[in-house]
Design a protein around this ligand. Structure first.
Ligand SMILES: O=C(O)[C@H]1O[C@H](OP(=O)(O)OP(=O)(O)OC[C@H]2O[C@@H](n3ccc(=O)[nH]c3=O)[C@H](O)[C@@H]2O)[C@H](O)[C@@H](O)[C@@H]1O
Length: 431
């Protein structure tokens, strides 16, 4: 057990009492392999969650993302200038609070010029969301044509506004629960609320989005013969009884608990994906994404990284749910995007964990954020949430073997980058 520092206190109100609702409430849309295994699973009875025992791999500071071998290499600065820089052409009308544009001043980020045979038409569902918008940036910068579908339930037009009007870019307001037809070569299917308060806000809608949305996108992939990538989640492992989690683990999910709408929704989405692959020969890829953080997380997202950073920046208490000895392994969003693009463009169809195996207890993580952002804030303990997974860490042997991928960003560097982004958000929006 991690010793409790003196400025950690316990509070009585539960996070379940006042769930964070999405700000936009319109809510009508939305082989077994023989890969190298880096570590052996530990029996839960012998587990320890003290920071000294948790695995960490030291990593050098990252200056470039992507890989030269698949022409995705890019200076990190190019991406930072998109989400940290001021957009040329955007004029704020302070009195009415509306945004206006001077299109003559608008400049687009520089994209690669690729041949028409290399250029693909790529559909990204949920492309205005946190992960989706970073994926869109990378695909656009690579020189592809990108079509974004989003219902803006948790996504935000501002995340992709720098591409509006670009000849390679299209934005469609559409809910994936309704069918959609378009000619494309690849489909990255991300659309679904992902943070626990958001996906539990309207559980029926979350299940519909996962199930009907995935059927619609698989149907489209079948018709136009597009390659289809499902973004699944480590939540398919539930509250795992095996640690770390390998893709061969079937999971431990409560089918009627508050998380089931997301966990079971994604499990059915995986079932559908492999049914279409087997029955209709759809060319599929499945990513199981572990906890991911970075710029463009919604400030009302409710997940731990954005909560702690915003709380520390605003001088508020950091809210730890439960004792804080539950663990998570955090990956920086640019590593995930590298993994998704690598997964889409290689032949292996088996599910692939994408995550950073560096594991932290939530209490230790809170201390890290407090110490790096604002030493003056307290850490308080609130009652734990129902069915909160107690330990989570990906075994990434399969992704290392098939994609030659492993995360490059240390959690520390990612946190530094994310804090810089949220400082700007808090300042610009007067939060
Ligand atoms: O990565 C995954 O596979 C999935 O994990 C997340 O679920 P969860 O790990 O519960 O994400 P958080 O809400 O960020 O919670 C992480 C831990 O921090 C705790 N927490 C969260 C927020 C907070 O303010 N305080 C706090 O202690 C939670 O109880 C939990 O133990 C999200 O549901 C999904 O986006 C994602 O698919």
């Amino acid at each position: 057990m991690t010793p409790t520092p003196p400025n950690i206190i316990t509070s009585l109100s539960s996070p379940n009492d006042s769930p964070t609702s999405p700000t936009n409430q319109e809510n009508t849309s939305q082989s077994n392999l023989t890969a190298a295994r880096p570590t052996s699973p530990q029996p839960l009875s012998a587990r320890s969650t003290t920071s000294q025992n948790l695995p960490r791999t030291p990593k050098p500071i990252v200056t470039h993302v992507g890989h030269s071998r698949n022409q995705t290499l890019l200076p990190l600065e190019t991406l930072r200038s998109i989400y940290l820089g001021d957009l040329p052409g955007r004029l704020q009308d302070n009195e009415q609070g509306t945004l206006t544009y001077d299109h003559s001043r608008k400049k687009y980020p520089p994209i690669r010029n690729i041949s028409s045979t290399e250029k693909k038409r790529i559909l990204v569902t949920g492309g205005a969301g946190f992960v989706g918008s970073h994926l869109v940036d990378r695909l656009m910068l690579m020189g592809h044509e990108v079509i974004v579908l989003d219902n803006f339930f948790t996504g935000n037009k501002r995340n992709i506004e720098h591409w509006l009007g670009h000849p390679h870019f299209e934005l469609v307001r559409h809910d994936v629960v309704d069918p959609f037809m378009i000619e494309v070569d690849q489909i990255y299917h991300l659309a679904c609320p992902a943070s626990p308060p958001h996906y539990q806000y309207n559980p029926i809608k979350t299940v519909k989005t996962s199930v009907m949305g995935t059927i619609n996108m698989l149907g489209l992939a079948k018709r136009v013969k597009a390659r289809f990538l499902l973004t699944s989640t480590s939540e398919v492992y539930g509250d795992p009884q095996e640690h770390p989690q390998k893709e061969t683990y079937w999971g431990y999910v409560n089918p009627i608990g508050p998380r089931a709408c997301y966990d079971e929704g994604k499990r059915v989405a995986e079932t559908l994906t492999y049914a279409y692959a087997k029955q209709d020969r759809v060319d599929v890829r499945v990513a199981r994404i572990f906890n991911t953080f970075g710029p463009r997380m919604n400030e009302n997202d409710g997940r731990v990284v954005s909560n702690f950073i915003i709380q520390a920046l605003k001088g508020e208490d950091l809210t730890v749910y439960g004792e804080g000895d539950q663990t998570r392994s955090f990956q920086y969003v640019h590593d995930l995007v590298d993994g998704l693009i690598a997964l889409m463009n290689q032949p292996c169809q088996d599910p692939m964990n994408l995550g950073n195996p560096d594991e932290y207890t939530i209490l230790e993580f809170a201390e890290m954020i407090r110490d790096s952002v604002n030493r003056g804030v307290r850490i308080i303990k609130l009652p734990s949430t129902t069915d909160d997974p107690q330990r989570r860490r990906p075994d990434i042997g399969r992704a290392q073997h098939y994609l030659g991928w492993s995360p490059k960003f240390s959690v520390g560097q990612g946190i530094g980058e994310t804090v810089e982004y949220f400082r700007k958000v808090v300042r610009d929006n007067d939060l």
